[in-house]
Design a protein around this ligand. Structure first.
Ligand code: SF4
Length: 412
């Protein structure tokens, strides 16, 4: 067994076709597996060794919400073009993915998930190293599956519930975000939406935000040093009062040390809507531009076709969607550290007018090809990967003047 404490990985999230680990972590390696731990001695990655493991450059990763996700290369066939990332996260729950299989059910993968803690306990029982190594192994041993699940529940309690979806742009930081709720609920309660909650749109106060930040600082503890990004929840944080939004970002960045972590730079991710974007004052964007780091605002547009909006139960007109799209382009052109991205739906069941209106939006309404302002296409169906939809996606990608990717819904 080889034990390496506090390995200094990359200081930023690298998009590469081979594994690059960001931040500081510890590693336990045996002849059958490699286990990685964060600065709280909690397991974050696991990889099997030997012929049974599906691929030497694929691994299991545990999220802060205690989901185990299998990162696969997808045979490197079109994964980057489709998602903007070299690795495909295979999630342990039904979602709207088009790509991917069921690697979590492959026997050696399932066995490692089942036995990693038992293997660690055996190592801890027999290892005799220096005091730092012994302390690490004893702490890691105490963080077994039950404790890790309790920790996830503690986090959800701090922020008022588990976020059912993360903005697609959080892929840029491998979904490693500190969540902070600034506004509950959403405006539209669209009938098609599988991630909405029952909460009426309601703001939180500065005192609520302060309380969350204090508790988040305790919760993340030493591993805050491995975090540089904030997710402002819930489904429409842009509804929050502009002063409160900026207050939440400034306080979180300062008190959680997000701008001085082991990772270069800092990011803020949030969702907005057509309604909240329309009512957001320009001074908010001026203020966001002045704050440290980058801001990624993701807007749910869904469709530019009126019949489809009606079918989706989204109470908007196509004119309002077009106006929000124009605002998105304008903000992206004007502000260097703010990127507004948008979600639109795709599905075999939607009509041809939706398809054509999508082309109008992403090709005809964009002056010139640009790398800023990604469009994420979200399949409506859950648990139903479809090759036909993939062909349709590649057709649209060829036509688009904006970066175009598939959006697989991933929860915290
Ligand atoms: S799509 Fe957005 S606005 Fe509509 S119900 Fe879902 S979260 Fe709410």
């Amino acid at each position: 067994m080889a034990l390496s404490l506090a390995i200094r990985g990359s200081d930023h999230f690298v998009k590469a076709s081979y594994p690059v680990r960001a931040g500081v972590y510890s590693e336990v390696e045996t002849d059958s597996c490699i286990l990685h731990f964060n600065l709280n001695q909690e397991i974050i990655r696991a990889q099997g060794k030997g012929d049974g493991w599906p691929h030497p450059q694929e691994w299991l990763q545990r999220t802060i919400g205690n989901d185990w996700v299998y990162y696969s290369t997808g045979g490197y066939a079109g994964v980057f073009e489709a998602t903007g990332e070299y690795y495909l996260p295979n999630l342990p729950y039904r979602t709207n993915n088009i790509l991917g299989g069921n690697p979590l059910q492959i026997a050696p993968v399932a066995a490692l998930l089942e036995t990693w803690h038992q293997r660690l306990c055996e190592i801890a029982a027999h290892h005799s190293g220096n005091a730092a190594e012994d302390a690490f192994l004893q702490a890691a041993r105490r963080n077994g599956p039950t404790r890790l699940e309790q920790r996830a529940q503690e986090l959800f309690a701090i922020i008022g519930g588990r976020p059912s979806v993360l903005p697609p742009d959080t892929r840029h930081v491998d979904y490693r975000v500190v969540p902070l709720t600034v506004h509950r609920g959403c405006l539209y309660k669209c009938s098609f939406c599988r991630v909405k909650n029952k909460a009426a749109p309601s703001p939180l106060s500065a005192a609520d935000i302060d309380r969350q930040i204090d508790r988040l600082a305790c919760f993340f503890g030493d591993d805050l040093a491995n975090h540089n990004s904030l997710f402002l929840g819930e489904h429409d944080a842009l509804l929050a009062d502009p002063e409160l939004l900026c207050y939440a970002i400034e306080q979180a960045q300062r008190r959680l040390g997000l701008t001085s972590s082991n990772l270069a730079g800092s990011n803020v991710f949030l969702f907005g809507s057509v309604g909240s974007l329309r009512r957001a004052p320009r001074r908010l964007f001026d203020e966001l531009e002045r704050l440290p780091g980058r801001v990624y605002l993701n807007i749910g547009l869904e469709s530019f076709d009126q019949a489809t909006l009606d079918q989706l139960g989204k109470p908007l007109t196509s004119a309002e969607v077009g106006e929000a799209f124009a605002t998105m382009l304008e903000i992206n052109a004007r502000f260097s550290s703010i990127e507004v991205t948008a979600n639109l739906v795709i599905d075999d069941r939607l009509n041809e007018d939706h398809h054509q209106s999508l082309i109008t939006l992403i090709r005809d309404r964009v002056g010139k090809t640009t790398s800023k302002g990604a469009i994420y296409l979200s399949p409506l169906s859950f648990g139903n990967p479809s090759r036909a939809r993939l062909f349709s996606f590649y057709h649209l990608k060829r036509l688009s003047r904006l970066p175009l990717y598939l959006y697989t819904i991933q929860r915290l």
